[in-house]
Every structure is written in C-alpha cells, then in structure tokens.
Ligand binder design. Structure first.
Ligand code: FNR
Length: 183
C-alpha cells in the first residue's frame, strides 16, 4: 500500500479545494491510500528555529509525516495570482533544515481551481516552480485546472459534476502510473 499526502492551499471551513481533497480520498486507485495532511497548525517558517536546533513541534511532526509518505498531491486555489501562503509555508518547512529536504525525489501532482475560468493557473505554475527546486517529480500531463469550482458540489460537499468526476478518476489513475514510473 502506498500512501499519498493531500495538501490543500486553503484553511477556509467551506473550502472548495478541501472538497476536492475529500472527493479524492474516496477514489484512490487500488493499492493507494490518499490522506489529507492538515496544515492548520503548521507554524510560519523561521530559520532561527532550525539554526538553533530547536524547531517547534509542528515542524517536527510535519517533516515526519512527509518522510512517511510515498508522494504528494497539492490542491490549491490561487491567491493574488500565486500560491497561498499556507501552502508555500508547508513547502518551506518541509525543505529544511538545510540538507534535510523531506520532499526530495518523491512524485507529486498539482490540481488548481478557481471560481472563474483561469482555474488558478498562476498558483499552479508558481507552485510547480518551487517543486522543481525541492525536487518533487511533478506530473506534467494531464494538467488539472478546475474552473467554476463553486458550481461542482452540492450543499453536503458532494461532487455533482459527472464530467469532473470522470476527470478526477483519470487524473488519479495517471498519477498512480506516474508514481510507479518514478519510484
Ligand atoms: C482570492 N481569489 C482569487 N481567485 C483567482 O482566481 N485568482 C486570484 O488571484 C485570487 N486571489 C485571491 C486572494 C485572496 C487573498 C483570496 C481570499 C481569494 C478567490 C479564490 O479563488 C476563492 O476565494 C476560492 O474560493 C478560494 O479557495 P477555497 O477557499 O474555496 O478552497
């Protein structure tokens, strides 16, 4: 069994990206578990904590979680045409202390979304840029840009769009193949 961490770039209670993540947990391919990794309590990165050799418990726990995962899927809105701070902070905390990059060499994928048609393109590609540097082997195709995300779920948070549901299944199947190729 391979465990893939899902990282959501929004802390909002009714977050559409959290709803996507919840949906994905139910459609993991055979032999895979998709597990949401909470970023709610991860403190803002401060290099002093690492340099002093006394990182906060939230860093230690987060890095331990990363080290136990077989891959990563990032599901994110766009904030001001870029990656929300909560997700960028997670990348930064996981990449340190210097020489101990917990993202290193593992497969990943990105799903971005927006209420309009641009679908978080800016966040998707800024995130991709950071993932190059921390050496996450990021799936290139299919890309996942989810438009009009606010129209895809019912009041209980269930995905109601059949075409989007089919797309997510194809996406996670492609990701599983990618994991097999890269590991
Ligand atoms: C946004 N939103 C947004 N949308 C977009 O398409 N491009 C953008 O650059 C931004 N910028 C932005 C900045 C900030 C600070 C907020 C709070 C929001 C709108 C955003 O896509 C929308 O609020 C989503 O609902 C956020 O995702 P969740 O919380 O539903 O997962």
């Amino acid at each position: 069994m391979k465990t893939i961490g899902l990282f959501v770039g929004s802390l909002r209670r009714e977050s559409f990206n959290k709803k996507i993540a919840n949906h994905l947990t139910g459609i993991a391919p055979k032999g895979y578990e998709f597990k949401i990794i909470s970023l709610e309590k991860l403190e803002m990165y401060n290099q002093d904590f690492d340099d002093d050799g006394n990182p906060p418990a939230s860093y230690i726990e987060f890095r331990k979680q990363l080290n136990e995962l077989d891959g990563f899927i990032f599901i994110t809105p766009e904030y001001n045409r870029s990656v929300p701070a909560v997700l960028k902070n997670a990348i930064d905390v996981g990449s340190r202390p210097y020489g101990k990059n917990s993202w290193d060499g593992k497969p990943g994928a990105i799903i971005s979304s927006s209420l309009g048609n641009i679908s978080g393109f800016g966040a998707n590609h800024h995130l991709r840029q950071s993932l190059v540097f921390v050496n996450v082997l990021t799936l290139q195709q299919p890309e996942a840009y989810i438009a009009s995300v606010n129209k895809l779920f019912d009041d209980t948070g269930k995905l109601t769009s059949e075409s989007t549901s089919e797309f997510f299944q194809k996406f996670v199947d492609a990701f599983a193949k990618w994991v097999e190729t890269t590991t």
